[in-house]
Design a protein around this ligand. Structure first.
Ligand code: HEC
Length: 466
């Protein structure tokens, strides 16, 4: 394990040029393709101020008494806001609010600052699909096979989005620590190195070696998609527990034995024979519109394949659909952020409700259409009781993502993200390689954080600061 891979799926240089070009010419860039020349403006979470952001004291009280039902309701509320219709359309379709947000590449581009100041329309690549990065820095041989492009898992495509509040926070410089008289940009690797050196110089206590906090409405997302062909039936693997995998110890989606057969015509019913991860199975036919999906046009396919270096079987095809199978959601409503993950489960519960379920979902006036087909788990604390280092672990993972991690079936979003920091040295593991015995991470632990700067649970900062 040698730390976070430096390979960037999207060329930062290309992004910078494209975005700078757009601003310098005083208007949107013509990419020669309408799909890439849209000027979608990020819209905030469409929830009333009484609901979002929820006061941290209210959430902390729920966490202290481990009120899982109320905390789940809170995460479903976020889901209802994220998936609500925005006021903007793209290729004739109304965009859900989350899709209007800046991608990680946009939020970390040097031009973000200008864009935030001018609130000007800008060229956008709304869906910068790329192979999930966490698969490239996993410790396992599986992960390496994936990065080498030999596995069908290669077709899992992912990207990260940041709310307007999170993106604006990244666009500004921040006095760090507060009232120190020194300001730093958290998208600048050299600024962050200087901040870390200042902590050394002032002998700052380990617990205080950190950037200042994101605003309460700061929200980060990670999306995962799988392809569906425009004609015929396509197999999409569906989580049915680790025992339903040919590799129960590391049950990545390409090892699952159950699939649904997705029908792009939305007209067939019943079951069909289909190849599911190399096995012939009888699968339930499911209409495409049971998923949130987008159709990729020729220009978008060409851009994605070139920026994300996808070729051969891994390449995105013009005309294919990408269906959303998973979404991570984190908000800075509490100091350690709230954590929830959603995955497609056809509106049902997985065996033993593990790692989560559709329970506590609000009615169809709040969570609409295909968005009701996703199950969810939360990890609003590392352990229970939340402040007890010897507490019982809270497990929450996304079957499409963390099954690729060592011990992912025992993992907890908050404890891994608590370790987001820089610099990352080859000697220290970037994040917990095992969650046993419990996964409690002490933010003042000198073995993890000595000599480092904590990045407020956001891995994108050590990953994308340039
Ligand atoms: C083993 C460590 C680990 C675990 C467990 C983990 N993540 Fe992450 N996460 C990462 C890393 C590393 C990145 C940055 C690289 C990437 O995007 O793949 C990341 C990126 C993200 C992002 C994009 C913003 C950011 O911080 O960079 C979100 C949102 C996110 N994760 C949410 C979650 C949620 C929700 C869970 C729990 C269901 C979770 N993560 C579990 C390591 C982890």
């Amino acid at each position: 394990m040698t730390g976070i891979a430096k390979t960037r799926p999207f060329s930062k240089v290309l992004y910078a040029l494209v975005l700078i070009g757009g601003v310098a010419s005083g208007g949107p860039i013509e990419f020669g393709a309408p799909a890439l020349a849209q000027n979608i403006k990020p819209e905030p979470m469409p929830l009333p101020p009484s609901e979002f952001p929820t006061p941290s004291a209210d959430l902390e009280a729920l966490i202290a008494r481990n009120d899982a039902v109320a905390l789940r309701k809170h995460s479903w509320l976020l889901w209802s806001g994220l998936t609500a219709d925005s006021s903007q359309s793209f290729n004739g379709r109304v965009l859900p609010v989350w899709e209007t947000w800046l991608s990680e590449e946009e939020a970390f581009s040097p031009v973000n600052q200008l864009v935030a100041a001018a609130a000007a329309p800008r060229p956008r690549i709304l869906r910068p699909f790329a192979p999930p990065r966490q698969f490239q820095h996993g410790a396992s041989t599986l992960a390496r096979a994936l990065a080498a492009g030999t596995s069908p898992r290669q077709r899992l495509l992912a990207f990260v989005k940041m709310s307007p509040e999170a993106a604006s926070f990244l666009a500004a410089s921040h006095e760090t620590p507060a009232k120190s008289g020194q300001s730093y940009s958290y998208v600048s690797a050299s600024d962050l190195a200087q901040l870390n050196a200042a902590f050394d110089q002032h002998n700052t206590a380990v617990k205080d070696r950190k950037i200042i906090d994101f605003p309460a409405a700061g929200t980060d997302l990670k999306m995962v998609f799988l392809p569906v062909k425009p004609t015929g039936l396509s197999a999409i693997p569906i989580w049915n527990g680790a025992a339903d995998s040919s590799d129960p110890a590391q049950p990545t989606p390409d090892s699952w034995k159950t699939c649904v057969a997705v029908d792009p015509t939305n007209s067939q019913t019943g079951t069909a024979a289909i190849s599911c991860n190399g096995r012939q199975v009888q699968a339930e036919i499911v209409p495409l519109n049971a998923f949130y999906s987008v159709q990729i046009d020729a220009a978008e396919a060409a851009t994605i394949n070139s920026l994300s270096k996808l070729a051969g079987a891994a390449a995105v095809q013009a005309g294919e659909f990408q269906v959303l199978v998973a979404m991570h959601v984190t908000t800075k409503e509490i100091a350690n952020w709230t954590w929830a993950t959603f995955w497609w489960q056809n509106g049902r519960n997985p065996p033993n409700d593990f790692p989560g379920s559709v329970a506590d979902m609000p009615d169809a006036s709040k969570v609409k259409g295909p968005w009701r087909n996703y199950a969810m788990c939360i990890s609003d604390s590392m352990v229970v009781p939340a402040t007890d280092p010897k507490g019982k672990p809270v497990v929450c993972f996304n079957p499409y993502l963390e099954t690729n991690q060592t011990d992912g079936l025992n993992s907890n979003c908050m404890s891994c993200h608590a370790m987001a920091r820089l610099p990352l040295t080859a000697a220290a593991s970037p994040y917990p390689q095992t969650y046993l015995p419990n996964g409690f991470v002490d933010l003042a632990d000198p073995n993890i954080f000595g000599g480092a700067t904590k990045t407020d649970f956001v891995w994108a900062i050590p990953q994308s600061a340039h």
